[in-house]
Write a protein that binds this ligand. Structure first.
Ligand SMILES: Cc1ncc(C[n+]2csc(CCOP(=O)(O)OP(=O)(O)O)c2C)c(N)n1
Length: 642
């Protein structure tokens, strides 16, 4: 749906148009930009509160910087909607995150203003530093390099690694810390406390705006003045904060905290900072959801609220008379509490996704046994390993694509030591509108090659519960349970828990000619396809592999003895995934069969609804039906052997 932008915004196609306006007009631009984001996201969905919080920063940055020559890197990129609208994508913005539309994150192939592809957090400082060092090497001394990073993203090790390096590179980099005190959920940790101390320090705040301005003025007067300014700055900040500044310990010059919603002041400060060489950090204080009262009040809910009525604030939910199946994440969230009530060894860990993975339920019910460790996947895994060395059984819940960050920790800290850590990989398979950075495409492949691992995926909610029950038994070793984003298939999912023998698959239906092997909830597409095929006289067998490691060898002997045509179906990459495991089994055991592998092909899949992407990749029910018809023989029902 097209939305009409305000009078000034209508005329801004690119930052060059923005620069034609006077500084006095920028407040109106901000107001119109904010309204445009509200208008479009309310009917189109997407991330919301983060972009509202950086409207003034976005306008000021594009007003002062010479983008795209100057390099502006957004961390995560979920807050870059204003940036997209000001850089040539205003009229396409209604296609944001829609199948075949523009991406919800900055993307180099989409615009020259998108300097770095993002989606996962905490990469901006490293990337901007790389750009700054490249500019220095090429002699482009006039070029600016700016990373905008949130206080949540700043909690990751990667961001600290970059700060540590940037401090010693004499390159032109400005890190803007967008401090809104929030991650998706409230931010956590010592750094958050430190930032709160700075922003609430009364004496500091009295001087906060003046210091930055005066000092930048002095330092632009020449090398001697620059040295003097640095000295004054150090002593003032030292006195005011009564301890040394954290960022200055990294050899950054620290400016702020300043009000990130005062666009005119931002313009002034950014203009001054442009003239100061070396690594600098500007601490901006903002409010997530700024300008939309409900979002300011409940920032977690409005991080990505879905469609909503912008007047009443009512978030639209599909209504149904019948009980609906739960989300897999909620099955996890409720089941871990149920298990933990019986087993005192169980602990819950999430790196910054408590509401995303529903561990928030356990954090509330058992605060001493459930931890949000910040955006720190590597730490989450090794912290879990530490707990496991002491006989505890951590359930470490990490989105499949974010787990890519912690691969070494999985191998080095958990698998080699055969520790009892249960990895619950949420958002496995294609995830929908977040697109290629977030698709959980690779976990089956990257986990099944690790010794000591059990790698499983449930076909439905009951199976998820039973796999969780199985994994928390003693001496299971490292145990992966992967499940997708979204709802399951069983409205009556709270069934009694029972153990599943490790490495045992199951036969869903007998058949003729063709066997379909699936893993995980995508098996429900096979069930759908089979019903349709049966009505047309095709009778494929269906097996739920359930474990890609260890494989159910008895079941696979049965399959290859009975069937010479096999289709494998997985919501994961074809290369190295479940189908590959089946081919390896076939070769190792000297079977020969025609095997067709359906799954995510060897390319990055863009965003869209999950069913759209299953169809595009070729593993939805329709494609399975076509494939079976190509390989199978049409029969009368009475000829089918049981
Ligand atoms: C590696 C990684 N882990 C987790 C996430 C999920 N995630 C997206 S935004 C976000 C919070 C970011 O907080 P902050 O940087 O403070 O930005 P804000 O939304 O507050 O503006 C998280 C945890 C991610 N994108 N990447």
């Amino acid at each position: 749906m097209q939305v009409t932008p305000g009078d000034l915004l209508q005329k801004i196609n690119y930052p060059s148009d923005l620069k034609q306006l006077t500084e006095d007009q920028l407040e109106q631009v901000c107001q119109e930009l904010r309204q445009y984001i509200i208008d479009v996201v309310s009917v189109n969905g997407g991330h919301f509160a983060a972009s509202l919080g950086v409207v003034e920063l976005t306008v000021a940055l594009h007003y002062i910087l010479n983008t795209p020559y100057d390099q502006l890197v957004w961390d995560v990129g979920h807050q870059a909607y204003g940036h997209k609208i000001l850089t040539g994508r205003r009229d396409n913005f209604h296609t944001n995150r829609v199948y075949k539309g523009i991406s919800g994150f900055p993307k180099r192939t989409e615009s020259e203003y998108d300097t770095f592809g993002v989606g996962h957090s905490s990469t901006s400082v490293s990337a901007a530093l790389g750009m700054a060092v490249a500019s220095r090497y090429k002699g482009e001394t006039d070029r600016q390099h700016v990373a905008v990073i949130g206080d949540g993203a700043m909690t990751a090790g990667l961001a600290f690694e970059a700060l540590n390096h940037a401090g010693i590179e004499n390159s032109n980099i400005l890190v803007i810390l967008n401090d809104n005190n929030m991650s998706i959920d409230p931010n956590v940790g010592g750094l958050k406390q430190y930032l709160t101390d700075i922003t609430t320090s009364k004496p500091y705040n009295r001087f906060r705006d003046d210091i930055a301005t005066v000092l930048t003025k002095i330092s632009s007067m020449g090398p001697d003045a620059f040295k003097i300014a640095k000295k004054i700055e150090k002593s003032i900040k030292g006195t005011l904060l009564k301890k040394s500044n954290f960022f200055e310990a990294f050899q950054f010059r620290y400016f702020g905290p300043i009000d990130g919603h005062d666009v005119k002041h931002l313009v002034k400060v950014l203009r001054d900072l442009r003239d100061i060489p070396g690594p600098k950090l500007l601490h901006c204080v903002t409010v997530k959801g700024k300008g939309y009262a409900l979002a300011e009040k409940d920032q977690t809910k409005w991080h990505a609220p879905g469609l909503f009525d912008k007047i009443t604030g009512e978030i639209k939910k599909s209504k149904s008379e019948k009980p609906q199946p739960p989300k897999y994440q909620d099955v996890f969230g409720h089941t871990i509490i149920e298990l933990a009530e019986q087993n005192p060894k169980i602990m819950g860990i999430t790196p910054a996704m408590p509401s995303g993975c529903s561990l928030n339920l356990m954090m509330k019910a058992m605060p001493d046994r459930a931890f949000d460790v910040g955006i720190a996947e590597q730490h989450a895994v090794t912290f879990s390993a530490g707990l496991a060395t002491q006989g505890l059984i951590p359930f470490c819940n990490i989105y499949s694509s974010f787990m890519q960050r912690a691969y070494d920790q999985v191998i080095h800290d958990v698998a080699i030591q055969k520790l009892n850590v249960v990895f619950c990989l949420d958002r496995a398979g294609v995830v929908g509108a977040d697109g290629p950075t977030h698709h959980g495409a690779y976990d089956l492949a990257y986990m099944r090659c690790i010794p000591n691992m059990v790698v499983s995926s449930p076909m439905n909610e009951e199976e998820l519960r039973n796999l969780m029950y199985t994994a928390q038994q003693d001496d299971m070793g490292p145990f992966v349970i992967r499940y997708p984003r979204g709802n399951g298939v069983m409205p009556d999912w709270q069934r009694p828990l029972k153990a599943i023998p490790v490495g045992k698959g199951r036969k869903i239906s007998d058949g003729e000619d063709v066997a379909i092997l699936s893993i995980g909830p995508i098996g429900n597409e096979v069930v759908k396809a089979s019903a349709e095929l049966n009505s047309e006289g095709f009778y494929p067998a269906h097996y739920d592999i359930r474990f890609v490691k260890p494989l159910d060898e008895n079941l696979l002997h049965e399959v290859f003895k009975k069937y010479s045509k096999v289709i494998t179906v997985e919501d994961g990459c074809i290369e190295g995934g479940m189908g590959s495991a089946i081919l390896e089994f076939m070769a190792d055991n000297n079977y020969s069969a025609e095997v067709v592998r359906l799954g995510i092909p060897d390319e990055f899949i863009e965003h869209g609804e999950q069913p759209e992407l299953w169809a595009e990749c070729g593993y939805d029910a329709n494609t399975i039906i076509e494939q079976v018809k190509k390989m199978g023989i049409k029969r009368n029902a009475h000829t089918i052997a049981s």
